[in-house]
Design a protein around this ligand. Sequence first.
Ligand SMILES: [Zn+2]
Length: 344
Amino acid sequence: MRRAGVYAIGLLFLFSAGLLDPVEARQEGSDNSNKLDTSVRRLISDVNPERISKHLFHLAKDPLPYRKLNLTLPGHEKNTLYEADDYLAGQLEAWGYRVEREGVQVQAFRRDTSKPKHAQYSPPKPEDPWYTAYNLYAEKKGRSHPEKIIVVLAHKDSPSWIDSPGAYDNAIGTVGVLEMACVLAEYTPESTIRFLLCNEEHTPWTSKTAAQKAKARGDDIVAVFNLDGIGAKTAEQTAAGKKTNVTAYTKPEGKRLAELMGEVNARYSIGLEQRTVERSQPGDDDGSFVLTGYPAAVINIGSWPYGDPNYHAEGDIPETCDIKNAAMTVQATLAAVVTIDRGL
Ligand SMILES: [Zn+2]
């Protein structure tokens, strides 16, 4: 449906410019559509659950059980979040990306054990230590319209107030973004595809700085996909073998992205139980972009409301993650990104 819309606009322009007769134009449209399909099918078949699993266990179990600024493993020089940063940057660089680091001053949350387990984060006091947290950026410059930017992001840190490995929240989204970068390493996009690994379990969220700096530069961000808790769902859904994804949006521009997720899931037979939800207000790292004036921003998440029984708890471990489900969400996001890229 979306492709038809994009072609319709493109074709209208070409007719009015007297550049194509209708038969030629239809031919051209379907050629482009076939090329897009071939390209998407090839890319999504490259998504590799074993690689996703390997990175997930590295970041949420061994050698790094956590990714937080306020925890350094015994005998190690760097805190666990910096170690994770080095690992992630090393992978991206091995695939040919140049990685940029953007430092942001943050604090760890305090813990309030009187609150429910999933919500025990509480604001730090001014005298608590400050740390530099880094946003990591890698991108593929667009060939035709480098100024148009599609952002794919995930927060890479684990909860700073509790010793939770944060496997679903959000090592899984982090390795999902990493997998997309890996698969797209040899792809030449028409527009720029920017990967951002940020921090959201310390305060303030570093996605806010990322969005504000993009706005100050005048970046033309046409779509933002946040991967957070991909494949995470209720115990009942997991037991029933469900493969779920929810795309939540705030603005009409985000709704179009959410609908595209459903279209590509069907078109490429990805097999997700895919649904869309309108958020009552901007939230999570996609919300940082909405609040800064980039309304085409969505989150892909396994359930809504979030159903992971180990949310923000010590039991959020990689062994509970549905890697196959996460890989399917990566495939659908990849298909959506490439479809947008070719339609711009
Ligand atoms: Zn969280």
